[in-house]
Ligand binder design. Structure first.
Ligand SMILES: *Cc1c(COP(=O)(O)O)cnc(C)c1O
Length: 392
């Protein structure tokens, strides 16, 4: 596979392209936002910025109840605790370590269901087949910002009286038929990590349906302290500080512009890659308002090069994609003794073939063209123009 030969016009001194680049507001805007902290000297513990940002999020995500956290992972652990679930949690192995770790760290047992081959989200039929008397909850992931089969999962959860908690770390701003992704299930966790589509440097939130959970979540993230002289829960410390909340306030003002720019990047990728034989792109259902969080591509055998070959070819040219999610969680050293990824063959198949290409608001369209040229050049020789014979 001689990639060099097919790609023209690049100098050796190109800047490396990373898989993502954190969104940041204009510096002056952030400085103005944090300036009042020098007056108040109130830096954390649910201060003004925390309150303001929390209210902005309730509006933006169109939900009644939002609780802010240091990060998405702590938010997830906390909501599992607050829901008082016990036993087995059906989840997906095609995710980031956090999803499964949260289950295990809360003393629960993860049970891995398989995923759907088209959008990589948990397969409701596989979930249903794994339900036992010990099952207490379902924890699906809106992978790459693509929404799960919300209706089927809701139906299963209701029929079996299970809690339904979404890992919505990727799905900030996504809506289906005008309804916010934050509004489904008993709760949804969002991550505002620097690498996510919306960031507070580090941060996260949980949106929840039952308003009676609010007090418990607030107390849990502050050591279980319930009053000046009373501590009722063995809580942790997971409070979002004022500087992170201020970053959230600023970034939220620019979120729509960011999404508009990401849309152009996504469209450029699709123009370059759609119809290339053996190359599968994520679906964009007509009723979903996407956030273009990631640019996953699946390399089927018909493509003519493996995912790892494409990965190496891109790296050799200064482009850094990610094998995201590879390996499957069930193949991690800390889990593989207890699980077999052969039990989730679709997830295993996708994990071996998927690559997430660079995607961020300021990625130039010329760079997208360059990345796609490298990818296409890896494929079958007769597909050098990017229009394969077996296009679907
Ligand atoms: C980022 C991420 C998390 C964890 O979020 P943090 O804010 O980094 O703790 C959880 N699940 C998924 C799928 C993620 O991508």
């Amino acid at each position: 596979m001689d990639v060099e030969q097919h790609v023209s016009g690049e100098g050796a001194a190109e800047q490396p392209i990373l898989v993502t680049r954190s969104s940041m507001p204009p510096l002056q805007e952030y400085v103005a936002e944090i300036a009042p902290l020098w007056e108040s000297h109130w830096l954390t513990n649910m201060g003004r910025k925390h309150r303001e940002f929390s209210q902005m999020l309730e509006q933006r995500l169109e939900v009644e109840n939002v609780c802010l956290f240091t990060n998405g992972h702590n938010a997830l652990e906390c909501i599992l605790e607050a829901l008082e679930v016990e036993g087995e949690v059906i989840t997906t192995p095609f995710t980031f370590a956090s999803t499964t770790h949260a289950i295990v760290r809360k003393g629960l047992v993860p049970v891995f269901a398989d995923i759907r081959p088209d959008d990589f989200t948990i397969d409701p039929a596989s979930v249903e087949a794994l339900i036992t008397p010990r099952t207490c909850a379902i924890l699906p992931v809106h992978v790459y910002g693509g929404l799960c089969d919300l209706d089927a999962l809701d139906d299963i959860a209701r029929r079996h009286s299970l809690k339904l908690v979404y890992d919505a770390a990727h799905a900030f701003g996504v809506r289906r038929a005008g309804v916010s992704a934050a509004a489904f299930g008993d709760a949804s966790m969002f991550s505002f990590h620097a690498t996510k589509v919306f960031n507070t440097i580090e941060g996260g939130a949980v949106c929840f349906r039952d308003p009676s959970l609010e007090q418990k979540l607030d107390q849990w993230k502050n050591f279980g302290i319930t009053g000046a002289e009373s501590v009722e829960y063995v809580g942790g410390n997971a409070k979002m500080n004022e500087f992170c909340a201020a970053m959230g306030i600023c970034n939220l003002r620019h979120f729509d512009e960011e999404i508009a720019k990401r849309k152009l990047v996504s469209e450029r990728y699709r123009r370059n890659l759609e119809g290339v034989g053996g190359l599968r792109l994520p679906p964009f259902p007509a009723d979903v308002e996407p956030n273009y969080a990631y640019m996953p591509v699946v390399f089927e055998d018909a493509f003519g090069a493996t995912r790892d070959e494409v990965y190496e070819a891109l790296r050799a040219r200064g482009v850094n994609p990610r094998k995201y999610f590879y390996p499957l969680v069930s193949d991690y050293a800390c889990y593989r003794d207890r699980y077999s990824s052969a039990a989730t063959p679709v997830a295993q198949w996708v994990a071996a073939r998927v690559l997430t290409l660079p995607m961020y608001a300021d990625l130039s369209l010329e760079d997208v063209d360059r990345i796609c040229a490298i990818v296409r050049a890896c494929g079958n020789a007769d597909d050098a123009d990017g229009r394969g014979a077996d296009r679907r």
